[in-house]
Design a protein around this ligand. Sequence first.
Ligand SMILES: [Zn+2]
Length: 386
Amino acid sequence: MEEMNELFYRDPYCRSFDAVCVSCEKTKRGWEVILDDTAFYPEGGGQPGDHGTLNGIRVLDTRRIGGQVVHITEQEITAGTEVHGEIDWERRFDHMQNHTGEHIVSGLIHINYGYDNVGFHMGDILQLDFDGEVTFEMMREIERQANRIIWRDLPVQIAFPSEEELSVLEYRSKKELTGTVRIVTVPDADICACCGTHLKRTGEVGIIHLLSCTKQRNGTRIEMLAGNRALTYLEGIADQNTGISHLLSAKPLETLKAVTRLNEMNGELKYRMNGIMSSYLQYKVQAMEESEGTIVMIEDGLDSNAMRQLCNMIIEGHKAGICAVLASNDAESCRYLIMSSGMELKDICRTFNQKLNGKGGGRGVMVQGTYGVPASEAMRVLKSEL
Ligand SMILES: [Zn+2]
């Protein structure tokens, strides 16, 4: 592990500090600034690097390069000058809430099921990979336990055990470690070797919400949120549910039942609608005279299935050699489907697409797409030129 005496380790709650600029070099990343000490946490252990300002100049990222903490800034800072640093604290605190929350969840999964965290990614949503199967019920149980650890407001302890102490200590670790090992302990939840920044007490995590568990090739991926992110997410979910609850006049905890019923009703309606539509089209086609000519018609309200059905009936019933059905999308555009009893339609389709600002195509005896003109205008042109 790295030296562990930087300011962000000595005081992870330090938001502003004064230091001296040791060096500043221009690279393709920006200006790389090294200070004699810093509260900026460099990217590591799945936790992103800090943002903030140095003498008002934006720090875009912080990384550890060659053992040193490098601040990537927008502008040059002269070596030897004193700098005042300000951490983007809202962002960092969010990282600490989510990182500490991740310790609690990974530790509890290890204690309960013996699985190891084998992958971690902190994007907008945290993704944790485990080397064993976690079911939805198991995940909910871990969530309950994790939030109880938060309620108990336990102290998060940092220690540097000796080699002898380490040799008998059971702790989680992603890799073989040499030198000083920093052990982070969340009582009753986790003991883990980690060089990130952590909250002092579990109460500050606020809330842990586990979103999903997905089976992977060698285990399970769990998505989680902690702290303010979890609260914001749950507010969004609650707002959605309140809206659905009002729309369907269902109690907030009965919206799923109401939507399921609505879905079933919708399926039945579609089925009945299709039957009525078929009968309507049949009557319409039966009334037509047999012909080898051309039929062009507007039938608003037909979907593409019904448009195809209508054309099939007309062609198979020998009511036309070629037929075009149009259905309005809106006042400015319409959908088309053209079918013939044998004539290749590709070239005809292209010609009318050009004339009528259209898209779409097809091969053989059926083509379909949209025209960028009103249905009545497309009807006029097709009737005179098809
Ligand atoms: Zn950690």
